[in-house]
Design a protein around this ligand. Sequence first.
Ligand code: 7RM
Length: 635
Amino acid sequence: MLRKIDSFEQYKTEYKTSVENPEKFWEEKAEQFEWHRKWANVVSCNFNEAETRWFENGKLNITENALDRHLTTQANKPAIIWEPNNPSDQHKTFTYKEVHSEVCKIANGLRNLGVKKGDRVCLYMPMVPELAFATLACARIGAIHSVVFAGFSAKALADRINDCSCKIILTADGAFRGSKTIELKKIVDTALNHCEVVERTVVLNRCGIPVQLKEGRDLWWEQIFDNQSAEFTAESMDSEDPLFILYTSGSTGKPKGVQHSSGGYMVYAEYSFRNVFQYEEDDIYWCTADIGWITGHSYIIYGPLLAGATTVMFEGVPTFPNAGRFWEICEKHKINLFYTAPTAIRALQAYSTDFVNRHNLSSLKVLGSVGEPINEEAWHWYHKNIGKEKCPIVDTWWQTETGGILISPLAGITPLKPGYASLPLPGIQPVIVDSLGNELTENEVEGNLCIKRPWPSMLRSTWGDHERCKSTYFKTYPGMYFTGDGCNRDINGYYRITGRVDDVINVSGHRFGTAEIENAINEHPDVIESAVIGFPHDIKGQGIYAFVITQPGETGSNDLFSKEIIEKVVEFIGPIAKPDKIQFVSGLPKTRSGKIMRRILRKLAKGNHHDLGDTSTLLDPNVIDSIKLGILIEA
Ligand code: 7RM
């Protein structure tokens, strides 16, 4: 096992080596894994074509590295500890040997159903151990997993299934989330009315909800997987063979299937996990994300298991049955490394610290944050009340597209500065560019964040549309990967990520395209046009504000109308994208070329009615006054 970086001096030396000789640097990391065949070439890259290959011609299977590799030394060590939604239900622990067996059984079952290397498998599941097993089972047989977060609607699910033509979907009767039960199989049934490609669904019984099994299509999980052999020879994958697709929103209406590789992703997921969290053998690690997001892929499943860690998986929500649930779990499982999102911290901050203080949190060593900028107030609350001023906070900046953490302190090594993701990991070369694309090389600058050189876990394509990958990430600033984020760099070279500079809003750490939400709202027959923007929200980070133009003569009540609009969003995307505020207006601020001036809407939404900046390019300056008069409904 590789050593971790253990001092700030060593970080600087490693960083320098990684820049001066990236090939040697990454080769050394990759050599720590088990490969069926060694690579011929460490990296080849052409950003103009959005083409990057790592460990070319190398052959491997990521699950052998995450599971089999550990069986000789730690077969009986807990690999996954699962904590159910309901605290009075028993938790479950699966050793490395047991996870290996469960994964092999599912792999055999999938093969019997005809799933082959390269096939896409959709997983639409609750946060149960079977989701982790099934994800790894796909990887074991070389099928490409596409996990869809179980909060997405039937339409959103159908779009994702169709986009990459999944022929099989793994799901459950339902999901428990806090006091709610979500009937997943019903949602799948609706989705499948619009998905001709799906041949099979396999349904796990999680909640005991009666479900309709469609003859010839639907099967029970237990029937397919339980009686299989617990051995399965892993498929030999090319380093560049796709490992998974994960859909993420961009500035257009249609989410992109971000495609990740096998070899490079493996190397970086493990390297970043071990170094950022400063993982030590026997540490118990808990990431509170859902496996439906990239954080769950890289830092619940792959990173920790590749490192041989014990990873905790939680089915529930932070406030059920009360606001002490996270801390109860930390105490119960003696969590050492804890990774969550600012939105969860802010939500819990609103409750009495009694919910924290009644638990013994002395096992905690490192705290992590991800998903959005962490405001200083939340940072200090987390540091003081959870970490008792003894645990470093790693503010980890990264994206679905980057596959792993790119900018973050290394716990206990990098000096901390609240609000700053601090410094790049070795191998990562961030640059700040101005609006003209000039690289700003000094410190104390601000601009748009790009990455200059390839790193192993970067996206390889967007499924089915490589041009889109090129134009979204590599065209804006030629020769660089554009993140879509704004940032600044302080006098010491520390990075502070300020948020998206494109038409993407980040609601509780979840990305939505404004166009995506507008498309849903515009489906309402009485809506003529809409414009959606993000506004500062105390808990969610950003809330969703929709300006809506309605049909003249539309008479019903505004409350009812806004409910119907919200229903459209729930139908097309899911409850996670519900607008917080809807303002009915008679026009939108447009330029002469018809482009909506969102900058003005953002100011109006903040209640800033006077200092609207330059409005001289507006087609109709009077529109501003009419917007101010528009009726505002708060959900
Ligand atoms: C991991 C994840 C990516 C977007 C990204 C940023 C924002 C994420 C931080 C952050 C400031 C952070 N993937 N973001 N982490 N902003 N500080 N530590 O969230 O694809 O869902 O979102 O999230 O805007 O571009 S994601």
